[in-house]
Design a protein around this ligand. Structure first.
Ligand code: ATP
Ligand code: MG
Length: 385
């Protein structure tokens, strides 16, 4: 039984939210035979095969506040409930317990408090334990609904957030670094479906670097299920920048080109926003002046989920979501090659325009956008990473 997560988008959206959550769960659980039913307050997944892997997968799906593994009885039969409640409690290790009954079937003839006492009596008679109504080791819940009874003890917490996709799509600029996968994870959590764009400059960057990005997307996919990865062949444009522009402005111009390409591609793919892992002050290209002159080339909103995090906070999250170990593999990114000794930290708009007028970048940008290709996420290196 699933309790929904944050439902601040109210009214009509509630139905969409729940339906999407059901679809996402079905996708995440495709290895299992399950049946999903739901109403506005609860969702039920039926399966005969709920193991640890099942529970771990469910914990990753956004939009779930908490869930419990219930035993379902297809009646409100008192004797049956007693038998199953006792069987469930025999699986637990505890000294003290409490029974809580909820009765949504008001036709059920015994009052909730009284029924809790009856079940409590059965447990006390058969297991060596005590009742503690304030701080029990185990809380035994009994929900008497119309025609079915649910019995459960443990509650597990879900990943909260919104079901992925409820907010439409965003384009994540993903590098092999630590920050952008975390930015992606946080966006997924807000219900944004993702497509990923990776700029690659072969032969200056390697296929191993691409493999690393694929692996990061595969990890993110555990939280969403359907992220696509697109690659921009960026070598020619990058080389032209290094050939023509003032060295100190290389990275600034490079990033403006990335934004231009990402913007056009996002529009093509119906992504409403661009998402990246920029973080104030982290490097020269992420000072406020840099972000400002870089941002001005795009007409789309750019969301930077980790913009104000400390690096250690980002690392902590990266470890939690399992991207960190992949991110710290040493392959170079196109942003880390040819980095000038003294990149400008206070770039100006005027100087950017002067530098960009030194070569005809528009056909190159166009060519990059036209040459973007999708890669399959399977591991081409046979667990090489
Ligand atoms: P990260 O750890 O995510 O790589 P970073 O600290 O390396 O971030 P930068 O290299 O300056 O920072 O990049 C800032 C952001 O720009 C990245 O988080 C990512 O969103 C985007 N970016 C950088 N390089 C690439 C690339 N090769 N392809 C796509 N996006 C990129
Ligand atoms: Mg990087």
């Amino acid at each position: 039984m699933i309790k929904y997560g944050e439902l601040t988008t109210k009214g009509d959206n509630r139905g969409t939210f729940i339906k999407l959550l059901a679809e996402n769960i079905k996708n995440a659980m495709s290895d299992y035979k399950i049946n999903i039913t739901y109403d506005f307050s609860r969702m039920f997944i039926e399966s005969n095969n709920i193991d640890d892997n099942f529970i771990n997968k469910l914990k990753k799906v956004f939009g779930i506040h908490s869930f419990v593994i219930c035993k379902r009885i297809n009646s409100n039969d008192e004797e049956e409930i007693k038998k199953e409640a006792l069987a469930l409690m025999k699986e637990e290790t505890f000294k003290t317990f409490k029974v809580e009954t909820k009765r949504s079937n008001k036709k059920f003839p015994i009052e909730s408090m009284e029924f809790s006492r009856i079940i409590g009596g059965v447990i006390l008679k058969n297991i060596d334990c005590k009742v503690d109504v304030h701080n029990p080791d185990v809380l035994l819940n009994i929900e008497i609904r119309n025609d079915v009874t649910l019995i459960y003890t443990k509650e597990a917490y879900g990943n909260e957030g919104y079901p992925v996709g409820v907010q439409g799509k965003g384009l994540l600029m993903i590098s092999g670094g630590i920050d952008s996968p975390v930015a992606g994870y946080l966006s997924l959590k807000r219900g944004i479906a993702l497509e990923c764009l990776y700029f690659e400059a072969i032969p200056h960057t390697s296929l191993e670097a691409r493999e690393k990005v694929k692996k990061l997307v595969r990890t993110l996919n555990e939280y969403s299920g359907n992220i696509k990865l697109y690659i921009v062949p960026f070598t020619k444009l990058q080389e032209e920048i290094y050939k023509n522009c003032d060295q100190t402005y290389n990275i600034t111009i490079l990033r403006r080109m990335m934004y231009r390409i990402a913007t056009r591609f996002a529009r093509k793919r119906n992504c409403k926003i661009i998402i990246n892992g920029e973080n104030i002050g982290q490097v020269a290209s992420q000072t406020l002046s840099s972000i400002s002159v870089i941002n001005e080339v795009t007409s789309l909103p750019v969301i930077r989920p980790v913009v104000c995090f400390d690096k250690l906070e980002i690392i902590k999250l990266a470890k939690e979501i399992n991207t960190y170990e992949t991110s710290i593999l040493p392959y170079e990114d196109c942003c880390t090659i040819f980095v000038p000794k003294h990149p400008v930290i206070n770039p100006s708009h005027e100087k950017c325009e002067i530098e960009e007028s030194k070569f005809d970048y528009e056909p190159l940008v166009k060519e990059c956008v036209n040459n973007i290709f999708k890669v399959e996420l399977k591991d081409d290196f046979n667990n090489y990473l």
